[in-house]
Design a protein around this ligand. Sequence first.
Ligand SMILES: [Zn+2]
Length: 145
Amino acid sequence: MELDQAKFGLCKREVVDLLREKDINPTTQRIEIAHLILQKPQHLSADEILAELNREYEQVSQATVYNTLRVFVEKNVIRELVFAPDRIYYDSNTRHHHHFIDVETGKIYDISPDCVKCPEMSYVDDLKAEVFEVSLLMKGRIPKA
Ligand SMILES: [Zn+2]
C-alpha cells in the first residue's frame, strides 16, 4: 500500500492519520516533526529540522529529532539522502526522483524521473549485486536570471 506522498501541507489531523497508517505512534513531538517536514517538497538536514522546531514549537531535544527521523525513514514517511557523511538530508518526497545540486548555492532540486535517461539496471556484475533503485545526483550551475 503505497501512500500518496505527493501530498504536502497536511494539517495536524492528517499528519496523525498518516503516522497511524505507517504504524507510528503519533506522539506530540512526532506530529510536530512530521508536520514541519511534510509542509512541502524539501530537503532538510537534521540540524535544520531541530533549529526550525525550536523556533516554532516547544523545545525538542536533538536525540528526539534524530530518533524520530530514523523511525520516519524506516517507515518510509521520508527518504534519507546521504550525499556525504557530513551532508545527510531528509527528503519529504518519497516518490522516485533524482536530484540536482546547484554548486553555487548548495540548493537541492528534485528532478522528475521523466527528465532523465537513467540506465535500467537490475544487477551490478562487479559486485554480483541486485539493484533496487537507481537515482542520480547531478551537480551543476543554474544561470542567473
Ligand atoms: Zn528530493
